[in-house]
Design a protein around this ligand. Structure first.
Ligand code: SF4
Length: 344
């Protein structure tokens, strides 16, 4: 089995999202969010890709795994995760005793939806001895079928310590898989041909065009992007400046941003990331490699739905024990290997 024949994700189309979110939030909604969070003893976490106004009202902003680990160490009894569903599931895996809420359970992920547990079981049956590495952008049910998880920043380390006497199955992101295969030289690595429609849409043509327009810019490229593999190749051929090309997770971009000194940086990932980068460094202008790279699922965490979530205690995210136990094991095994930062 290679490319998936699964149906396209049945999630609301962009036009549906505004109607879904209900009437606009009243002025001062941020104060209400803070008051409701206090009443619920809740911590509000926001992924780097959500709307800027949600990032600004949250207690913490970051990448998926950093937020899940933060959730595991909080004293709050409720975690409100503004992001997409699999991220909130990961927070639930690492914080089984806490209530985990999302502004809407309909916020899915086109990458995570390229593989489900039955499809993975079928792929494993074709490679019965294989060691399975699952990127954290997967459902808990898929993680439960994996030997270990990885993030975009530790995927190379995870594959490097994988058993060498077993073939490897890497899923679901084909661009990240190609990047890891190239860096580790694991020729026995089979890669699921999944992709995120947002990252895949950032093409080598976008990179060439923007680099021509801003020849002195630093390049910050997420390894899930359609341009990442060719960007690595172009640095090898000298077409892109190797010293200014950084292949980074969103957490890695946030860490690098304050240290940049150039006038411009071109960013190849979802456009929500630009808000955090601009906050981290006002000297550098951060520009998108492709301004259309916006994830509609991430933008479903609206002020209205965040307020509904805090007022009504919905939507709650749960993971059944028979899935949570093996899925948690795969995530914790990754954390034990080290370099656990990152994720999308
Ligand atoms: S940007 Fe892509 S990988 Fe991230 S949540 Fe959206 S669809 Fe999924």
């Amino acid at each position: 089995m290679t490319l998936v024949d699964l149906p396209a994700p049945s999630l609301p189309a962009p036009a549906d999202v505004a109607a879904f979110a209900g009437p606009g939030a009243a002025p001062g909604w941020q104060d209400e969010v803070r008051a409701l969070a206090q009443q619920r003893n809740a911590i509000v976490l926001a992924h780097n890709y959500v709307l800027p106004e949600i990032q600004d009202v949250a207690d913490h902003v970051g990448d998926s795994l950093a937020l899940s680990r933060l959730a595991a160490s909080t004293e709050a009894s409720t975690i409100v995760f503004c992001g997409v569903h699999f991220m909130a599931e990961t927070a639930k895996l690492l914080s089984p005793g806490r209530t985990v809420l999302v502004p809407t359970a309909a916020a899915g992920c086109s990458l995570a939806d390229t593989i489900d547990a039955p499809a993975l079981r079928g792929w494993k049956a074709e490679h019965p001895d294989a060691y399975v590495v699952a990127y954290v952008n997967t459902s808990a049910a898929v993680k439960a079928e994996a030997d270990i998880c990885c993030t975009s920043s530790n995927a190379v380390d995870i594959v490097a310590v994988a058993p060498r006497d077993r073939p490897l199955l890497f899923l679901p992101d084909a661009f990240l898989g190609a990047h890891v295969k190239r860096l580790t030289g694991r020729e026995d690595m089979h890669i699921w041909l999944g992709e995120c429609h947002v990252h895949a849409g950032i093409s080598p043509t976008d990179v060439r065009k923007q680099v021509a327009a801003y020849p002195d810019a630093e390049l910050l490229i997420h390894p899930e992007c359609g341009c990442a593999t060719s960007a690595l190749w172009l640095t090898g051929t000298g077409d892109l400046p190797a010293e200014r090309t950084h292949i980074l997770s969103t957490g890695g971009m946030a860490a690098l941003a304050p240290r940049l000194t150039g006038a411009t940086a071109l960013v190849a990932t979802e456009v929500g990331m630009l808000h955090q980068l601009a906050r981290a460094n006002s000297r550098t202008t951060f520009l998108p490699m492709n301004p259309k790279a916006s994830c509609r699922y991430m933008k479903m965490s609206t002020p209205q739905l965040l307020l509904r979530c805090l007022r009504e205690g919905r939507d709650e995210v749960t993971v059944p024990d028979d899935v949570a136990v093996p899925a948690r094991r795969a995530v914790q095994k990754m954390i034990a290997v080290g370099a656990p930062g990152g994720g999308e």
